[in-house]
Design a protein around this ligand. Structure first.
Ligand code: NIG
Ligand code: FE
Length: 446
């Protein structure tokens, strides 16, 4: 038995009731809290919490770690549901080209971008890829991330895509954080298939998806549905094959152009639709319709059939990536319009060498508040409960709730929740725990 007792927290935040599913619309601004709180975890699971006047006698012993969190906030750890953290090399030379005026698309047209990363990855050993990604994930854990989704997509051949997914699976087995993996073979068309796009799609649908499913290498499939990348019809084929093998979609849509990807993702019951920087009215309408709520702003999460929260069928989680917009100087996703129409929003880093060389959810927090105009409470729900749901982890993570994993952040002494995104660029995290075990030890442990 190992036990963890946190006492005197300035506040426990995100103390959602048991069974609370992802939150949407007006309910996103509701971040339940317990002032002057205590929290007990046993064997990595939260077993009790309350305010200090209710603290029961807890038997001390060598198996008990006690943390006095006076002046500090305790939050559920960040869940990052969209990353490309396994990659072979950074691309800072393209960054300089962008400063000189080239766009992301210009660089891709010159053979840079995703194809550049694929060339670099092909020659790297599995061990080297693992070591690099491990270093990145260790930094992300110190920054408060307790669960992460990792995509393939820099392989672009059966062999290299499988190599990436094996590396991601090995990271899952060796690091304490929760890892979900996604097959993103449809990230860019490999040059060998320039004259036969259909053959590459068949390689994905008929060979890769069945093999990945049989070997348990991925939880989801993804497609970069975008002008000059993959069409809606091609995404249709990939999502259909994924569904046949129980791999739901998590898709890149509406990053640069609106071509109908959202509508197709809704049709295939994708788990999430990610990016959404370029949204037409019809795209938002399609999401609203998917959640089956027309114009109402009820706070209860229901699907189109009126099923209760946590039912298996609900609309795809709109997942926004503001640090990608920041880095590429492209528009920010219309978070306010989505939330004000009653939709949920999740946040992620998109950590990758081309469009977001940062896995820091704290930066995402600041950008969500500053650029997306999300309230701090909305942003925390979007980075915890909703982002856990965007990778089907909401029953184990995403809130400080009895029965969930004790994966949490203890801040430095701070005046308020809003201070975290407000004082951007500073490190406000003191201690990080995953499953009740310290992964970053700060002053609170002294
Ligand atoms: O999510 N948009 C597509 N994929 C990544 C970028 C990949 C890259 O440039 O290496 C993204 O932004
Ligand atoms: Fe991405």
């Amino acid at each position: 038995m190992s036990r963890l007792l946190i006492t005197h927290a300035k506040a426990l935040l995100g103390t959602h009731a048991q069974g609370t599913g992802p939150v949407r619309g007006a309910a996103m601004a509701d971040l339940p809290r317990i002032e002057n709180g205590w929290l007990l975890a046993e064997n990595g699971i939260i077993t009790a919490m309350g305010s200090m006047d209710t603290l029961p006698g807890v038997e001390h012993g060598p198996d008990l770690t006690v943390i006095d969190a006076r002046g500090r906030l305790v939050l559920p750890g960040w869940c990052d549901p969209h990353t490309h953290t396994v990659f072979a090399a950074p691309r800072e030379e393209e960054f300089v080209d962008k400063i000189k005026g080239l766009s992301y698309q210009d660089i891709a047209a010159r053979g840079g971008g995703i194809l550049n990363s694929a060339r670099k990855l092909r020659d790297l050993s599995e061990d080297d890829l693992y070591d690099q990604a491990r270093t990145r994930l260790e930094e992300m854990m110190r920054q408060g991330t307790v669960a992460v989704e990792i995509k393939s997509g820099y392989g672009l051949s059966a062999e290299s895509e499988l190599k990436m997914l094996r590396v991601a699976r090995r990271l899952k087995g060796t690091l304490p954080l929760q890892v979900r993996t996604t097959l993103l073979a449809a990230h860019a068309l490999p040059p060998e298939f320039a004259n036969d796009r259909a053959a590459y799609i068949r390689l994905i649908t008929d060979t890769l998806i069945p093999q990945v499913a049989a070997e348990g290498l991925a939880d989801f499939v993804d497609v970069f549905c975008e002008t000059n990348y993959f069409t809606v019809a091609e995404m249709d084929a990939v999502l259909e094959a994924g569904a046949r093998h129980r791999l739901p979609g998590k898709v890149h849509v509406n990053q640069f152009t609106s071509i109908g990807g959202i509508q197709a993702a809704v049709k295939h019951k994708a788990i999430s639709v990610d990016h959404l920087e370029v949204m037409e009215a019809a795209d938002i309408d399609a999401l609203v319709a998917a959640f089956g709520m027309a114009q109402d702003r009820t706070t209860q999460w229901v699907d189109a059939t009126g099923a209760p929260p946590n039912g298996p069928a609900f609309g795809p989680m709109p997942t926004l990536l503001p640090s990608c917009s920041f880095f590429l100087r492209i528009p920010y996703a219309p978070a306010r319009a989505l939330i004000d129409r009653g939709l949920p929003v999740a946040l992620a880093t998109d950590h990758n060498p081309g469009s977001t060389p940062s896995g820091n959810m704290n930066l995402v927090f600041s950008l969500a508040c500053i650029q997306l105009r999300m309230l701090p409470e909305e942003a925390v729900n979007a980075m915890t409960l909703n982002s856990a749901a965007a990778m089907q982890l909401e029953t184990e993570l995403g809130s400080l709730t009895v029965g969930k994993r004790a994966s949490l952040i203890i801040t430095r002494p701070v005046p308020s929740l809003a201070y975290l995104p407000y004082a951007f660029g500073s490190d406000h995290i003191d201690t990080v725990l995953i499953d009740g075990t310290v992964v970053r030890a700060g002053a609170a442990l002294a």
